[in-house]
Design a protein around this ligand. Structure first.
Ligand code: MN
Length: 404
């Protein structure tokens, strides 16, 4: 199929009669609008690159590609694919940058862009390695959660530990599809994909998600670099979205600094005088029911079982129910640090040393540390008949994220 035919099918015949990548013609977009072309070329090719020296040429090309895909460009995307090839980018990199747009823009923009890139490859007789997937139906959830964990923190790996059935649908889709199907592919490394995701979201202007991915980029790159990457989106998304992105960057930088202080707390174990009870050993047997790291020391194994549980900052157990036919339930006595207890459908209650919580059998609840503090409580098993524990889904980041 001729390029012109494909462009007509894509509804772009009117935009572009011919292009500089096909043998039939040499015309660029805006061949009759030379003044606009000059303004665009000067801004895009001269002024923005001069203001953004930290962003490598290859990354500039990739940011331009995903920006054009997100903005549903036809004529300029076709030119950019040819430029990227001329700059030495591999066709696999170009295609993977376009694929990376799918989970953020949806398939329609991505599929149209793939067709345009393929038409340029065909005109230039560029061959592509077509085997770039690294996951299977069985491995995509774990591999995706691993990528998510690398970029956003261990919580995302922990959430996927119990598989699809233990996860809310949206979390499962994000881990298996958004991260598992795309971030794991060959052709672009994880850090480059995260840069491109941020660029896609700058172009889309979806603020909460953009802020999260700016935060992920700040773990990999300096704030100056991120700012310059955002400027490379400006010619494609315009000033309003660029200004919004710069504001979110400022907010994320401030929050990252605050978060770094919290992370320092998390790394260092509590001192000797922190509690009269020891921290105990890693709570490996129950780790699958916890988000984050916890420690257990059985104070009493006879008469009434009493366990001393220590939670690192932000660690909490999943929603669970202590079942009993008669009696049963659990008593918590906070002994050190600061934490929370929450019953299903009720607000979380802050716990400080000396606080006591009586949990009746059959009540769905969770307990754990505050986001910025270690926490320790004694957990007393109230004797009863037919007692058992039922472990349920993790506390959502949305709910836990509201706690101070
Ligand atoms: Mn409990």
């Amino acid at each position: 199929m001729k390029l012109g035919t494909i462009m007509t099918m894509l509804g772009m015949g009117a935009v572009l009669a011919a292009c500089d990548c096909c043998p039939q013609g040499e015309a660029k977009a805006l061949s009759q609008d030379k003044e606009l072309r000059a303004v665009m070329d000067n801004f895009t090719q001269n002024e923005v690159p001069a203001a953004t020296p930290l962003v490598e040429k290859r990354e500039v090309e990739l940011i331009r590609l995903v920006s054009l895909v997100t903005q549903q460009s036809g004529a300029l995307l076709q030119e950019e694919v040819a430029t990227a090839l001329a700059q030495g980018l591999a066709p696999e990199e170009i295609l993977e940058a376009i694929y990376q747009c799918a989970p953020y823009t949806g398939f329609p923009r991505t599929v149209d862009a793939v067709e345009i890139a393929r038409s340029v490859f065909k005109a230039k007789n560029v061959k592509v390695d077509e085997n770039r997937a690294t996951v299977t139906a069985q491995s995509r959830l774990e591999a995706g959660a691993d990528a998510q964990g690398t970029l956003f923190g261990q919580t995302f790996r922990d959430m996927a530990k119990n598989g699809k059935s233990g996860m809310p649908t949206i979390n499962y889709f994000l881990a298996s599809n958004c991260f598992g199907d795309y971030y794991t592919r060959k052709g672009l490394d994880l850090n480059t994909r995260e840069l491109l995701t941020m660029a896609i979201l700058v172009n889309l202007g979806t603020e909460p998600q953009l802020k999260a991915h700016i935060g992920a980029n700040l773990k990999i790159r300096t704030a100056e670099y991120v700012e310059q990457a955002i400027y490379n989106c400006l010619p494609y998304c315009g000033y309003p979205r660029t200004l919004n992105a710069l504001r979110l960057l400022k907010e994320a930088v401030a929050e990252t600094k605050a978060g770094a202080a919290g992370a320092t707390v998390a790394k260092s174990m509590p001192g000797k005088d922190w509690s009269v009870f020891p921290v105990g050993k890693p709570n490996d047997a129950y780790a699958k029911y916890f988000v984050g790291k916890s420690y257990l020391d059985m104070i009493s194994k006879e008469q009434v079982g009493v366990g001393n549980v220590t939670f690192e900052p932000a660690c909490r157990n999943n929603w669970h129910i202590h079942h009993a036919k008669k009696g049963g339930g659990q008593i918590l006595i906070a002994t050190a640090g600061r934490g929370y207890y929450q019953e299903w459908g009720k607000p979380a209650v802050e716990l400080k040393p000396g606080d006591v919580v009586n949990i009746p059998a059959g009540v769905k609840h969770w307990h754990g540390a505050a986001p910025d503090s270690w926490f320790q409580h004694l957990a007393i098993e109230v004797p009863g008949e037919g007692t058992s524990n039922e472990w349920l889904e993790p506390v959502s980041d949305e709910d836990y994220g509201k706690l101070k």
